[in-house]
Design a protein around this ligand. Structure first.
Ligand SMILES: CSC[C@H]1O[C@@H](n2cnc3c(O)ncnc32)[C@H](O)[C@@H]1O
Ligand SMILES: [Zn+2]
Length: 424
């Protein structure tokens, strides 16, 4: 199968240079970017007046949490989790979670996300949805043992069962990741075992770390050190670890993350909504830490729109530093694309020959995107997910002219409405 995208403004290469031209996709790869490609293709997409962008990589989410959108707003993290979210999640079944996963997948496709890193329950069901949707999913079963050795065993067993299920799916797009929830919900024994298993099986690890001051207080009280120092001392950190948040980091923590090649998934909307704090973006980047962008779940965001997220990231760090040069549009765009792909060891996040064909085509005909003075600026500051017209993953069209081809949109919305009555 081949796809030829004609006459677009193409965001080309690692430098995100905007060039006018065509993109040829053969199989799941980009094979040619040039003016006036004349090769025949199975499908031709006219991208005149449109921007051909690398698809977005959502580096931290809980994709089924759209079910809880708007049910617990305006609360701090611990109150939000313990008194509102966890009691509802206790009622989740595989079936309900799958409904949420469909809703999340639909929203991601419609807003140009092509790959995402997830942590949730019933991840075998989420894996089935990802496979059907055509998205690229990096899926972790979120482990919480609260220091109970019986639970440690149970959680590890469920993670390994999920890994086996995903391996059996045999999909190039669906990957298993280890997901201990956080240092305040996981025992040292669990974290050490995860490190060992990740080495054994060659899998990535994702974990919430240093999200709130309350967490820093809890971990300091329990262990007398910061969460990052704790993880470093038990040999947990490495270049295969993606920590979500990293809001409360001191200089020593930042050096440790840099030295270990850890990636940080920044979630500005969630950090602002839960009033968790402002992560030290500039200091992390200066230290050479890879920083990607995530939405977190839709109960703390409240959507999965990476275009929205880019704008929030840029604005948050400007006002926080009282410096408008911080978090410039290109830096933030790189976080939402290439940096996320790098963290997942994925040859994507860039439109260039040899890269995976994970692409979002964005309509630039709306008044809010004219005149087209600066494509990257418009994507970060002016566009939103509704401007995404076509989404391509692994060389397959998932949405064309805003029609999702892999999922039944009406049915998904209907099921989500019916399900929430059972969980609220
Ligand atoms: C055990 S599955 C994942 C678990 O994480 C919860 N969650 C969602 N958002 C956050 C966040 O910002 N910090 C910590 N935990 C979060 C989610 O509700 C699930 O229980
Ligand atoms: Zn999270």
């Amino acid at each position: 199968m081949s796809i030829l995208i004609k006459n677009g403004r193409v965001i080309y290469g690692e430098g995100f240079e905007v060039v006018e031209g065509d993109v040829l996709i053969e199989g799941n790869r980009i094979v040619k970017v040039a003016k006036n490609i004349t090769e025949a293709a199975d499908t031709v997409i006219d991208a005149k007046g449109k921007v051909v962008s690398p698809g977005f990589v959502n580096l931290h989410t809980h994709s089924p949490m759209g079910l809880f959108r708007g049910l617990a707003d305006d609360l701090p993290l611990m109150d939000w989790l313990q008194n509102h979210i966890w009691p509802r999640e206790a009622k989740l079944t595989r079936e309900y979670t799958k409904v949420g996963a469909y809703l999340g997948a639909l929203e991601m496709i419609k807003t140009g996300t092509t790959a995402f890193l997830d942590m949730y329950f019933f991840m075998d069901a989420v894996a089935e949805v990802v496979e059907e949707s055509g998205l690229r999913g990096y899926l972790s079963y979120g482990m919480i043992d609260l220091g109970d050795p019986e639970k440690t065993e149970k959680e590890l067993k469920e993670a390994l069962r999920t890994m086996e299920f995903i391996e059996k799916l045999g999909s190039d797009r669906v990957h298993f990741v280890f997901g201990p929830h956080a240092p305040y919900t996981c025992s040292i024994a669990l974290l050490k075992e995860v490190r060992k298993l990740a080495n054994e099986h060659g899998k990535l690890i994702t974990i919430h770390v240093s999200e709130t001051m309350a967490e820093i207080g809890q971990i300091s009280e329990r262990y007398g050190k910061s969460p990052v120092v704790l993880l470093d001392e038990i040999g947990f950190l490495g270049s295969d670890v993606i920590i979500a948040h990293g809001v409360w980091l001191d200089s020593r923590d930042i050096q440790i993350l840099a030295r270990n090649g850890v990636t940080v998934a920044h979630n500005p909307a969630s950090n602002m909504k839960l009033a968790s704090g402002v992560m030290p973006l500039q200091r992390l980047l200066n230290a050479g830490v890879n920083v990607g962008l995530g939405t977190d779940g839709s109960a703390s965001n409240n959507n999965l729109d990476m275009l929205d997220e880019m704008k929030l990231a840029a604005l948050l760090h400007k006002v926080h530093n009282l410096d408008p040069t911080v978090a410039d549009a290109r830096t933030v765009f790189r976080m939402a694309t290439l940096n996320g792909a790098k963290a997942l060891s994925l040859k994507a996040g860039v439109i260039k020959e040899g890269y995976l064909a994970d692409i979002a085509i964005i309509d630039f005909n709306g008044p809010h995107l004219r005149p087209v003075n600066n494509v990257i600026s418009h994507l970060v500051y002016s566009a939103n997910g509704n401007d995404v017209e076509t989404t391509i993953v692994d060389g397959k069209i998932l949405m064309l002219d805003r029609e999702v081809l892999t999922l039944d949109e009406e049915k998904i919305l209907d099921e989500a409405e019916k399900t929430i009555g059972k969980l609220a």
